[in-house]
Design a protein around this ligand. Structure first.
Ligand SMILES: *Cc1c(COP(=O)(O)O)cnc(C)c1O
Length: 348
């Protein structure tokens, strides 16, 4: 009997045995009073690791980004963001709905970046016609792509020159750091900090490749985090004995960062396995996500593809553009099984 190979997302990962033990053993208190030692330990750990004064544990990445934008911006302010960034496209328009903060979306370049000229052109003059441009929000990794460090430095320097604050949606910051460390030879934690230090605030998801069941952490200056705590409460994110969840996050940061490199290797293994299949087009993955476009004749069979995969025990998402994500609950054998099933569909 073979188990399902679930490549829909790295959010499907289940807590490991060691993580469950850490959760069960966590010292607890009421975090709304600031009394939960395990929440405090997680916040301190990530803030210190990334070089920030303070941090705040939140249930989701969506709430983390919302707290960040509403703490940086007020009613009538605007933030510059990519058309396809999570914050703009996949978070229900929260910054506009809850904060009256207007997004200024820009098209992405093929590498995921926002062109410096586009950013500069989008910054409004101080004039009563315009919303006040307050914030630049970037995402790294974006669609599994590592944004080049030089680009991050240039874009955030440009923002700073114009008096803008800078927020990073680093849902997969440690995947970005892992890919960057492979290029530079430095430690993953060193690269995570280098990336984070370009920004005034950074949001990191614990519930994706890091493998925790729940949670994100928002990092920034203490005064910023104090404002963010009010937004979190307003959004209903003040949790009580959340140390059981935070302990999972701390465990992930201690034990499940270095293994992200394996996920990246497996994504490349999948890409290698799919090479040469007619009708499939894809770029070599930077991290743990691979997008595969169906082209030509293959597009006509798009509607049958995912059901076929599912019938043969492989889960993915998409239609004409499929997404496969590797993570700690898939191994090389599982990836090879998925490759074989995909190949068999295109042979038939
Ligand atoms: C998953 C994700 C989020 C938000 O995560 P949730 O915890 O599902 O709300 C934000 N940004 C990016 C880039 C993500 O991938």
């Amino acid at each position: 009997m073979t188990t399902t190979v679930d490549l829909r997302s790295d959010t499907v990962t289940l807590p490991t045995t060691g993580m469950r033990a850490a959760m069960a053993a966590a010292a607890l208190g009421d975090d709304v009073y600031g009394d939960d030692p395990s929440v405090n330990a997680l916040q301190d750990k990530l803030a210190t690791m990334l070089g920030f004064e303070a941090a705040m544990f939140v249930p989701t990445g969506t709430q983390s980004n919302l707290c960040a934008i509403l703490s940086h911006c007020g009613r009538g302010d605007e933030y510059i963001v990519g058309q396809l960034q999570h914050t703009y496209r996949f978070e229900g328009g929260g910054a506009a709905v809850f904060g009256s903060v207007q997004p200024q979306p820009l098209e992405h370049q093929p590498d995921g970046s926002l062109a410096l000229a586009d950013i500069e052109a989008a910054i409004k003059p101080d004039d009563s016609h315009f919303a006040r441009t307050r914030l630049l929000a970037l995402e790294n990794t974006w669609n599994g792509k590592l944004l080049p460090m030089v680009y991050l430095q240039q874009a955030t320097a440009l923002a700073r020159e114009h008096g803008l604050l800078r927020h990073l949606d680093g849902a997969r910051l440690f995947n970005a750091a892992t890919a960057q460390a492979a290029l530079t030879g430095a430690l993953v934690r060193t690269e995570a900090r280098r990336i984070a230090q370009c920004f005034d605030s950074v949001s990191v998801c614990l519930s994706k490749g890091l493998g925790a069941p729940v949670g994100s952490v928002l990092c920034g200056e203490r005064a910023f985090i104090t404002r963010a705590l009010r937004v979190r409460k307003m959004a209903g994110g003040g949790m009580r004995q959340s140390g059981m969840l935070a302990a999972a996050g701390s465990y992930a940061l201690d034990h499940q960062v270095d293994r992200l490199a394996q996920d990246h290797l497996l994504a490349r293994r999948l890409a290698e396995g799919l090479r040469g299949i007619g009708g499939l087009q894809f770029e070599s993955p930077h991290t743990n996500i691979i997008f595969v476009d169906l082209v030509g004749e293959a597009r006509k069979r798009a509607a049958d593809f995912l059901p076929y995969l599912k019938k043969h025990g492989v889960l993915a998402t998409g239609l004409y553009r499929l997404r496969f994500v590797t993570h700690l609950d898939v191994d090389a054998a599982a990836v090879d099984r998925a490759t074989a099933v995909i190949r068999s569909f295109f042979r038939a």
